[in-house]
Design a protein around this ligand. Structure first.
Ligand code: FMN
Ligand SMILES: CCCCCCC(=O)C(=O)O
Length: 369
């Protein structure tokens, strides 16, 4: 996990935005870890577009609105959240800071922010849960070993996780050229501890004989039938993460899911997909309020959160934004990033005349052209 930066943890007074944290973090993380943490797939078109599409949207403010008793409170699946901003599942957080997921859960708890814990966390899901005083959800990668997957779900439920977020957009890891160029390799001592003891499929034959399709990894890849089966395994709310089309949103509804995360994995899996904020309106129309939508991808400002809510999301997940804070300054950095984005959301609400989340509607946003 590299040499610790001498100023790790110190936050200069000029830091006041997520972009400032990105600059700070850039200096404090070694090149190869940076490439794993912050790169996108292939040419990174989707990575850039996730952010650019938010910037093309314009806010339409309404003035002289009554803002008495304003708040950002949200109820989702019977759980109360102080704001609609949750922390996205991010694997191997010790690559950014030695305290990894334990720093993140401390910050989430301090700010009463929901956190989604990755299957591929570097810390056991039970240890994270013991440190949490805010709602935790568990991100599930359905494993080739379905019995192991079922046991993992039971562990998450027993540890007090309050929803399952099943990631469906990465049956195989994305092609990440920036990571390859930087020569990233997982450092010794960092592993997906929640997956210890799992049976793994036999390795594929050498390329040339057979590459990916037709190999054992794809034969064991999850399908919609797994989502239906999952419903029988748990009483927790189930969200599918990685839906980018109306067709898949309808398929998810047919499987009885409780929520949908509109996500392209932060542009880390399939490059040249559209931005999530561009995909959201059509998905929201198809879902028509039957289950809540959560959006992630490209959120760097409170105004981005506002735009996602206006176009149909009930909540958002932030990924890289909080990871910049973690990389720069551990728990304090994550907490500060959360404060910054939350304050920006409140300011956007006040300046657009929205007293609460219910007031944030599509008429507050327009397209630049
Ligand atoms: C370093 C890194 C690791 C990630 N690991 C996971 C993971 O383990 N499971 C998952 O569902 N998504 C994972 N994601 C995707 C995020 O949950 C989220 O979809 C994405 O970061 C949102 O885009 P943003 O970073 O622009 O906010 C990861 C993202 C990053 C940057
Ligand atoms: C087969 C997909 C493994 C991905 C592991 C972590 C992750 O989601 C990421 O984006 O990185």
């Amino acid at each position: 996990m590299g040499t610790l930066h001498p100023k790790l943890g110190q936050i200069p007074p000029w830091v006041g935005s997520v972009a400032d944290y990105e600059d700070l973090a850039r200096d404090r993380v070694d090149e190869a870890a940076w490439a794993y943490l912050f790169a996108g797939a292939a040419d990174e078109v989707t990575l850039r577009e996730n952010c650019a599409a938010f910037q093309r949207l314009r806010l339409r403010s309404r003035v002289l609105q009554d803002l008495t008793g304003g708040n950002t409170r949200l109820d989702l699946f019977g759980q109360s959240f102080v704001s609609p901003i949750l922390l996205a599942p991010v694997a191997y957080q010790a690559l950014a800071h030695p305290d990894g997921e334990l720093a993140t859960v401390a910050a989430a708890s301090a700010l009463q922010t929901g956190m989604v814990v990755s299957t591929q966390a570097g810390v056991a899901l039970e240890t994270i849960a013991q440190r949490a005083t805010a709602p935790l959800w568990f991100q599930l990668y359905i494993q080739p070993d379905r019995d192991f997957t079922r046991a993992l779900v039971a562990r998450a439920e027993a540890a007090g996780y309050r929803a399952l977020v099943v990631t469906v957009d990465a049956p195989v890891g994305g092609l990440r050229n920036r990571e390859q160029r930087a020569g990233f390799a997982m450092p010794p001592g960092l592993e997906a501890v929640n997956l210890r003891g799992m049976r793994r499929p036999a390795p594929s034959p050498p390329p040339g004989d057979q590459m990916l399709l037709g190999g054992p990894l794809m034969a064991a890849a999850p399908t919609w039938a797994d989502i239906v089966r999952l419903r029988e395994w748990t009483s927790l709310p189930i969200l599918v993460k990685g839906v980018m089309t109306e067709e898949d949103a309808r398929a998810a509804l047919d499987c009885g899911v409780d929520g949908i995360v509109v996500s392209n994995h932060g542009g880390r899996t399939l490059d040249t997909q559209p931005a999530t904020i561009s995909a959201l309106p059509a998905i929201a129309a198809a879902v028509d309020g039957r289950v809540p939508l959560v959006l992630d991808g490209g959120i760097r400002r409170g105004s981005d959160v506002f735009k996602a809510l206006a176009l149909g999301a009930s909540a958002v997940l932030i990924g890289r934004a909080f990871m910049f804070g973690l990389a720069a300054a551990g728990a304090v950095g994550v907490a500060h990033v959360l404060r910054i984005i939350r304050a920006e959301l409140e300011m956007t609400m006040a300046l657009t005349g929205c007293r609460d989340l219910a007031a944030i509607r599509a008429d507050r946003v327009s397209h630049a052209d």
